[in-house]
Design a protein around this ligand. Structure first.
Ligand code: KIV
Ligand code: ZN
Length: 409
């Protein structure tokens, strides 16, 4: 049996498992769609460190770059292809022969190589980008997929701006590229325009109207221009897609891509959806820090899952609840995403329970009287500054000791 045939059989068995087990493949494009953002550029060494981490995290596909775009990117894809042990390594191309040839060359050492080729399919792209027609775009798409198949078994086709593409035409082009051998169909909401219902309905429409769709994986690739990338990707998998394309911290063009940590945790926290990923969620927080630091791209404090405030409680009412039982205000365990514990942040909105809790953590066991006196001093400090830190509590306790002559243990 030749190698290509063995690879084909393995691929089909894997596809069967994905559809049976309701496994959602996580396709990480931090190093391609994420890295193309101004200011996020990485060198090959930095990319290798992230690629290794993504492999450890358990992503199924790593989109390592766009090999034809520069010699540096070619080199990065090629080096990543050599070191990644478990994930499929993917290279992006346009529907252009030379792009595909160069990508195949860059991927030649990958254990599981994938070429990701495609073309714009919305009327706006066809008219303004290509000055072409729907028929000619289908022809280019089919040629690109067939040519890619001459190098690798696993070929993903993207219909750029599928979010704004007429569904009947989208179904037609999908059917043609499946005939040409595409193994994965990427349906990008390139401009982040779709509503979740609309994006989900698009996936459903393709599942119901494209011949051969049961033999391929449908993929969600959503941008966040209206803040709906996560919701759209989830709507996509609920309606039959089995791959989500995403980036760590949601970095990417303009308002970014779907955030990997968000979709993974949505699926984990809603087990009745019966959709699973292979991500080791305990590595999410550290991976977020690694990407944030190497790309120099800060994460907003209120960012879901990995923001500094994602597990921090600052209002008195919430703090009181969390101290009594974490589940009153937390829908996931911080340890599940690699955050050691929830934080009780002391501000002028905090109550006695929070002060007593924090003081105890740093060694002061307060009686009710001591707490009343300390709380007044605490509010004085809190009104003057944004946050009261442990050092401030030590100072408050010393002051209270002096004034009240109450020995605080
Ligand atoms: O957003 C998009 O359409 C893309 C494609 C190139 C896959 O990133
Ligand atoms: Zn994109």
């Amino acid at each position: 049996m030749n190698m290509q045939y063995i690879h084909l059989i393995k691929y089909k068995v894997n596809l069967y498992k994905i559809m049976q087990d309701n496994k959602v493949q996580i396709f990480d494009t931090t190093l391609r769609d994420g890295e193309q953002v101004p200011g996020c550029k990485l060198d090959t060494k930095q990319k290798l460190v992230i690629a290794e981490r993504l492999d450890l995290l358990g992503v199924n596909v790593i989109e390592a770059g766009f090999p034809v775009s520069s010699p540096g990117d070619f080199n990065s894809v090629s080096e990543i292809a050599k070191i990644v042990k478990n994930a499929t390594v993917c290279g992006l191309t346009r529907a252009v022969e030379n792009d595909i040839k160069v990508a195949a060359e860059a991927l030649k050492y990958a254990k599981y190589p994938r070429i990701h080729t495609g073309i714009g399919t919305s009327d706006s792209h066809i008219k303004f980008k290509f000055n072409s027609t729907r028929e000619k775009v289908i022809e280019r798409a089919v040629n690109a997929v067939s040519y890619s198949k001459s190098f690798v078994e696993d070929v993903e086709f993207y219909a750029e701006d599928a979010g704004r593409t007429d569904n009947v035409f989208l179904a037609k082009i999908c059917e043609e590229v499946i005939k040409a051998g595409a193994t994965v169909l990427n349906i990008p909401d390139t401009t982040g325009y779709c509503l979740p219902e609309e994006y989900g309905a698009k996936m459903k429409y393709l599942r119901e109207n494209v011949k051969g769709i049961e033999n391929v994986i449908l993929s969600c690739h959503c941008h966040n221009d209206l803040g709906m990338a996560t919701a759209n990707s989830i709507a996509g998998v609920i309606n039959g897609a089995r791959q989500i394309e995403c980036t760590i911290n949601g970095i990417g063009e303009r308002a970014g891509n779907t955030a990997l940590e968000e979709v993974v945790m949505v699926l984990k926290q809603h087990p009745y959806l019966n959709l699973e990923t292979s991500i080791n969620t305990k590595l999410l927080y550290d991976t977020s820090i690694m990407v944030r630091e190497s790309m120099g791209m800060p994460v907003q404090p209120n960012k879901a899952i990995v923001g500094a405030n994602a597990f921090a409680h600052s209002s008195g009412i919430h703090q009181d609840g969390v101290i009594k039982n974490r589940e009153t205000y937390e829908i996931m365990d911080p340890e599940d995403v690699g955050v050691t514990e929830s934080a009780i942040v002391l501000t002028a909105r905090s109550g006695r329970a929070a002060l007593a809790y924090r003081a105890k953590k740093i060694g002061y066991e307060l009686t009710k009287v001591q707490l009343d006196i300390s709380y007044k001093a605490f509010l004085d400090t809190a009104d003057k500054q944004k946050e009261v830190k442990d050092d401030d509590i030590h100072t408050i306790m010393k002051e209270v000791n002096k004034i009240s002559k109450i020995e605080i243990a």
